[in-house]
Design a protein around this ligand. Structure first.
Ligand code: NAP
Ligand code: HSE
Length: 431
């Protein structure tokens, strides 16, 4: 872009759009010093024109509720999609690329589920489709995988990728807050998705994981095949029981590479309190990865919020302004990435925590340990919480390393016993 002024259209002026506009206004001189160009927001697309906007970027910014106005404006260099959602955002990005405008987006849902077609189009038109803000808010993980670690084969990525879920778990752990109060606070602070089920059911973290898999492994992991479990059913009792054993509960997104095959998923897991990810609290995210040359690397920062996310969006805009578009927006030369070779997720091996609820009567522990033995699962610890005899009590088991599939099948048998009075709660334990 050989111009001294880069015109931006913001599609969306909520938490992230407003955050971005504030940074551009505040740091304009600094930005110009770095890229030698002035960034000007000339159009802003919103849904509701009557809403009072506490912050307005500048006199050049014209608000509209018609996305056609952004497409028709030939002076716009970069369309910055910060609306969220699928269909309208997809149409806007597709048509922007067709009109030869670069695109920057924070929309992980769209890129994870429908990104292939958009990346191919951007590749054909030699345009930027940039998405640093789509994973882990302010943490520069996209650039890190695409550029800084480009020469490495990545054998594992383990991340805390959802600020809302991590905030809720932290509040429940440190303040004993209940789930819905903590979720409401995350929404008020602007961390949550418009539909917070995406955060608490693990779907948002899975969207981000799919994007990281593409960047780290050059492969598309079909989103529908990613196993996803969230935190909506987490009970305070397990947080406190796990703490007694020296563990903390986190929502984990993980991919591991074995001989070219990928094992991936999102699941709540117990981490030992001295695990490097165990102290990642509140809306903070962290990504721990292992490259075959660099070894372990950990990134940490704010995973949500207007300014941290706006910082990542701005980095993409400045990079486009400075360098123009890279054809390989995915980090690889292919127009379309191959599909990932998948290892069945339930073949994963780890330690396990489970809490069964059973009537306190003779024979319970021997029946449960018999089932475990039949499934080749070795129990490392078992603790029964005291309660009145004949009534139901929680019994917690920690196992040695065992295959997930074996544990799931043993738990089905355990839940069918007549002394089991509630479904058994189960979490994997990560080292
Ligand atoms: P938000 O606060 O809900 O803002 C959405 C904005 O888009 C609003 O200005 C809204 O208009 C506008 N909008 C929505 N649908 C529209 C439509 N159909 N037509 C025109 N305008 C429309 O959302 P956000 O939190 O900023 O998130 C935006 C995107 O960034 C999402 O993809 C999200 O996943 C992603 N993201 C968010 C965060 C975060 O911390 N919040 C972090 C990383 C990535 P009105 O103002 O008129 O309602
Ligand atoms: N809702 C997301 C989160 C926003 O809580 O992590 C950042 O992507």
């Amino acid at each position: 872009m050989d111009k001294s002024v880069i015109n931006l259209a913001l599609a969306g002026f909520g938490t992230v759009g407003t955050g971005l506009a504030k940074i551009i206004k505040e740091n304009q001189d600094w930005i110009e010093r770095r890229i030698g160009k002035k960034l000007v927001i000339t159009r802003i697309l919103v849904r509701d024109l009557s809403k009072v906007r506490p912050f307005i970027p500048g006199p050049e910014a014209v608000f509209t509720d018609r996305f056609q106005d952004l497409l028709d404006d030939q002076d716009i260099d970069v369309v910055v999609e910060l609306m969220g959602g699928m269909d309208t955002a997809f149409s806007l990005i597709k048509q922007s690329l067709e009109r030869r405008k670069h695109v920057v987006t924070a929309n992980k849902a769209l890129l994870a589920e429908m990104g292939g077609e958009l990346f191919a189009l951007a590749h054909d038109r030699k345009l930027g489709l940039c998405y640093e803000a789509s994973v882990a808010g302010g943490i520069p993980i996209v650039q890190t995988l695409k550029d800084s670690l480009a020469g490495n084969r990545i054998s594992s990525i383990t991340g805390i990728l959802n600020g809302t879920a991590n905030f809720i778990l932290s509040e429940m752990t440190s303040k004993g807050q209940d789930f819905s109060t903590a979720l409401k606070a995350a929404q008020d602070l602007g961390f949550a998705e418009a539909d917070p089920a995406l955060d608490v059911e693990g779907v948002d973290a899975a969207h981000k994981l799919a994007i990281l898999i593409r960047l780290a492994h050059g492969a598309d992991y079909p989103f529908k095949l990613l196993p996803v479990n969230g935190i909506s059913k987490v009970e305070a009792m397990d947080i406190s029981l796990a703490a007694g054993f020296g563990y903390v509960l986190k929502l984990i997104a993980q991919v591991r590479e074995k001989s070219g095959h990928l094992q991936a998923g999102v699941f709540p897991a117990l981490l030992p309190m001295d695990h490097i990810l165990a102290k990642v609290d509140g809306p903070f995210n962290s990504i721990l990865l292992e490259g075959n040359a660099v070894g372990p690397i950990m990134l940490y920062g704010q995973g949500a919020g207007g300014l941290p996310t706006g910082s990542a969006v701005l980095a993409d805009i400045m990079s486009l302004a400075r360098n123009g578009a890279a054809v390989d927006n995915t980090g690889f030369r292919e127009r379309v990435l191959p599909e990932a070779d998948i290892i069945e997720p339930d073949l994963a091996v780890s330690r396990h925590y489970f809490r069964m609820t059973a009537l306190d009567k003779p024979g319970v522990l021997s029946a449960v340990s018999g089932v475990m033995g039949e499934h080749n699962i070795s129990i490392a610890q078992a603790v029964q919480k005291p309660g009145p005899q004949g009534r139901d009590v929680p019994i917690v088991f920690l196992t040695h390393r065992a295959q997930l599939k074996a544990v799931q099948s043993a738990l089905k048998v355990i839940d069918d016993f007549d002394f089991t009075t509630a479904p058994t709660v189960h979490y994997r334990i990560l080292k």
